[in-house]
Design a protein around this ligand. Structure first.
Ligand SMILES: NC(=O)c1ccc[n+]([C@@H]2O[C@H](COP(=O)([O-])OP(=O)(O)OC[C@H]3O[C@@H](n4cnc5c(N)ncnc54)[C@H](OP(=O)(O)O)[C@@H]3O)[C@@H](O)[C@H]2O)c1
Length: 245
């Protein structure tokens, strides 16, 4: 039996397990199994690999995307640059970390906006924003990070309100905060919504619900919006490709 899985804590409802279990069935991929490994500490990953020699690949979720890195044998250069891993390939007991959130985001953004990707404001400075930043750098798209805290290389939501030039010159808004996620679906980043126009684009990394308040606000002003569902599916497919390469 070829084994794959997900490490994280807590795990609860998992997109990956459902996705891969359905994929194995739908595509008649036999002899494969996807399991959840709920581990409070990233170092427990080493034991899991030792105890399950059939394991060929692992997905990694919160809170281990960064803390698992010291326990890996090798790192893909993009994952190294971001300091975050969400996919691990296991070959003959050797482990290599990748970041497929980054690939999933990059490919879905390109599929959505083609070659004309406008300058972007990245809302939030957590783990997911690192994947977004790396993708925009690769695509040579200018961007600014927006945070609740002032800091080097980032502006605040207050700055957006006080200076309309930001929303004018950076018409792509990428929500990489959890605001708007089920069950707190009324959540919305604190941006000046009245400044939105038909030129604005919202890429919301949130995928549950499929429509967030932020997406709706952009659509209401005549702009365009998309959610994070295909990023999620693309990163899962990229994981599968890496595990089979
Ligand atoms: N579609 C996909 O494939 C995909 C992949 C990865 C993640 N995601 C989604 O992306 C979102 C972010 O993930 P993450 O792992 O980066 O989350 P996170 O680390 O918990 O939060 C990201 C950032 O959001 C900001 N933030 C958090 N709570 C906030 C609040 N109450 N108000 C305003 N800002 C807040 C913070 O930035 P500041 O402190 O700088 O304000 C934080 O660092 C989640 O909803 C996740 O489900 C989607």
């Amino acid at each position: 039996m070829r084994k794959f899985g997900l490490i994280g804590y807590p795990l609860g409802h998992s997109f990956s397990k459902k996705y891969f279990t359905e994929k194995f069935e739908k595509e008649k991929i036999s002899g494969c199994q996807f399991d959840l490994y709920e581990i409070p500490e990233a170092k427990q990953f080493v034991e899991i690999v030792k105890d399950h020699p059939e394991l060929e690949g692992m997905a990694v979720t919160i809170p281990h995307k960064e803390s698992v890195i010291p326990f890996l044998d090798e790192l893909d250069p993009a994952a190294k640059a971001m300091g975050a891993v969400n996919c691990i390939q296991i070959k003959a007991g050797k482990t290599k970390g990748y970041n497929t959130d980054y690939l999933g985001f990059k490919h879905s953004l390109q599929a959505w906006l083609g070659k004309d990707i406008p300058p972007a404001l990245i809302l939030g400075t957590g783990g997911a924003s690192k994947a977004v930043r790396q993708a925009l750098m690769d695509l040579s798209v200018p961007f600014l990070s927006v945070s609740r805290n002032a800091g080097k290389d980032q502006i605040t939501y207050e700055d957006l309100k006080n200076n309309p030039v930001y929303l004018r010159d950076y018409p792509l808004l990428i929500n990489s905060t959890p605001l708007g996620t089920y069950p707190k679906i009324e959540g919305i980043p604190d941006i000046p919504l009245e400044q939105l126009t038909s030129s604005h684009r919202v890429y919301d990394l949130v995928y549950n619900p499929a429509f967030t308040q932020l997406m709706q606000a952009c659509l209401d002003h005549g702009g365009k919006a998309k959610n994070g569902q295909d990023m999620l599916e693309l990163q899962a497919e990229e994981n599968w490709r890496i595990w089979n390469s």
